[in-house]
Design a protein around this ligand. Structure first.
Ligand code: NMX
Ligand code: MLT
Length: 454
């Protein structure tokens, strides 16, 4: 991480100059017209947040510092062990580096960075103990937020603040906390999985020569060489699984600032809560079914629908009927719709492509076929239903069912992997929030009487 920090230090002066110009010369420039609809409608469409690393275009979807998903897949470094494998995916640590600095890291920088992350992966004993003491019935997302909150005990930023530090040094401590937190996520994820579903049995180990996603996969039992109790996948399936985790985590890393998990992290961080407490708040937001929990809801929905269709996953009429029944009972179709997007989510498309590129695995997978079929049928039904502004699939529509294929079948666990990945963007932004010295976030609220009298 010392190299990452050095690179970050080289980009700070230019950014700070630009920020100072914006603050000094453009602060009174009007961007949006504020409407009552936005005040009572979840601030939808309001350009009200500052976020640098990624943006979301309603029609084109996410770009990371202006680069599309495909461009990132082409340019960002992969695992050093799989350089010549065309199916190897970009690493989340490459995405983190890029999100934070705006610079494309070299292979050597990423090899070192993966090692640094693995070297800091071990959890303090008290975190393990608390996780061991939680009831197995506690939702894995609650366990995740508890573990991340607990790490506040390690915060060098909180300790430095207590001691008293100049404002412009705060980011350096936040940086350290952020890298420490991200390093430990694979171990937290592994511990939660093993405690909840395997009676605390050790499933894998951290290998210091392997990347962050490989270690996460190992700790939940999906690597052939490093998992202690692995899932009997073939070597090629295990490789696929690790690459799915890499792709999934890199793509879920950031989705501009307005989504609930990013926004919550930023909001809590603005009070100078340390990165652990701030990201734990983000995780609590991600645990809602309209946000990250949709990842679990989709898999449950697909499995239930397949059961109800009694194998007839090619029967369009039956699928339509199933969707109408759900809509008429006033329930949402999980994995469809979006607060910003108005076209199919390119992250959905990238994950479907991952499956399509592996016909030996997915051509006969009925669940995967149903997900694809649904993406052709549901938009028409939702458009006819006439409520949602976006009838197309979002990212959660596809991802879980691919994990399921490789044997990760514990549906309540899917959002935990989303939670590990979402750390990349919001925590990068948190470092920049402190570099810029952004103030506490404090909008003004309005009561009904005032609104009604406008
Ligand atoms: N199925 C049924 N109705 C829907 C859906 C859907 N998939 N999406 C939106 N609507 C309804 C929505 O409930 C609202 O109804 P009402 O007027 O009765 O309150 C109406 O359409 C208008 O909503 P929109 O303005 O289109 O959507 P909004 O920006 O408020 O919400 C979501 C966005 C993503 C919360 C919404 O589309 C949804 O609930 N989708 C299903 C859950 C889901 O897939 N969430 C995952 C999002 C991605 N992620 O990872 O966070
Ligand atoms: C996300 O990735 O956070 C979701 O697509 C939701 C959003 O952007 O609002």
């Amino acid at each position: 991480s010392s190299d990452l920090k050095a690179v970050l230090k080289t980009v700070i002066p230019k950014k700070l100059r630009l920020f100072e110009h914006v603050k000094k010369d453009l602060s009174s420039h009007q961007i949006d017209i504020q409407t009552v609809g936005s005040v009572i409608g979840g601030m939808r469409g309001n350009k009200a947040m500052f976020w640098d690393a990624s943006s979301v275009d309603p029609n084109k979807g996410v770009t990371f510092h202006g680069l599309s998903i495909e461009e990132c897949q082409d340019i960002l470094p992969k695992s050093k062990m799989e350089l010549n494998d065309p199916k190897s995916e970009l690493l989340p640590e490459s995405m983190l580096w890029f999100l934070l600095t705006g610079c494309i890291p070299s292979q050597e920088q990423i090899d070192d960075f993966s090692k640094t992350l693995a070297e800091h992966a071990q959890l303090p004993e008290y975190v393990n103990k608390v996780l061991d003491s939680l009831p197995k019935s506690l939702h894995p997302m609650t366990q995740l937020s508890i573990a991340i909150s607990l790490l506040n005990n390690e915060s060098v930023f909180a300790k430095a603040y207590e001691r008293g530090i100049p404002k412009d040094e705060a980011w350096e401590y936040v940086f350290e906390d952020v890298i420490n937190l991200i390093s430990k996520l694979p171990a937290i994820v592994g511990k939660i999985y093993s405690n909840t579903y395997y009676n605390g049995k050790e499933l894998g180990v951290i290998n210091k020569d392997k990347d962050w996603s490989y270690n996460l996969s190992s700790l939940i039992g999906f690597t052939v060489d490093d998992s202690i109790n692995h899932k009997n996948l073939s070597r090629s399936q295990s490789k696929d699984f690790v690459n799915l985790v890499r792709l999934y985590c890199a793509l879920h890393g950031d989705h501009e600032g307005g989504n609930v998990s990013a926004h919550a992290t930023h909001l809590v961080g603005s009070s100078l809560s340390d990165p652990y407490l701030s990201y734990s708040a983000g995780i609590q937001g991600l645990a809602g079914p309209l946000h990250g929990l949709a990842a679990q809801e989709v898999v449950r929905f697909i499995l239930e629908m397949k059961d109800t269709l009694d194998g007839e996953v090619d029967n369009d009429a039956k699928i339509e009927e199933y969707l109408w029944k759900r809509l008429n009972s006033k329930r949402v179709i999980p994995g469809y719709g979006h607060g910003v997007l108005r076209k199919p989510d390119p992250r959905f498309t990238a994950i479907i492509k991952f499956g399509n590129n592996r016909p030996e695995e997915f051509a006969k997978d009925r669940n995967f076929q149903l997900v694809k079929k649904l993406s052709q049928i549901a938009p028409g039904v939702l458009a006819k239903h006439g409520k949602t502004k976006n009838p197309f699939p979002n990212v959660d529509s596809s991802s879980g069912i691919l994990f399921y294929h490789y044997g990760l079948k514990e549906t309540l666990f899917f959002t935990v992997i989303f939670g590990a990945s979402r750390s990349l963007g919001p925590l990068s932004q948190l470092i920049w929030d402190r570099i810029y010295g952004l103030p506490i976030e404090r909008p003004t609220s309005m009561d009904l009487k005032t609104l009604a009298s406008l």
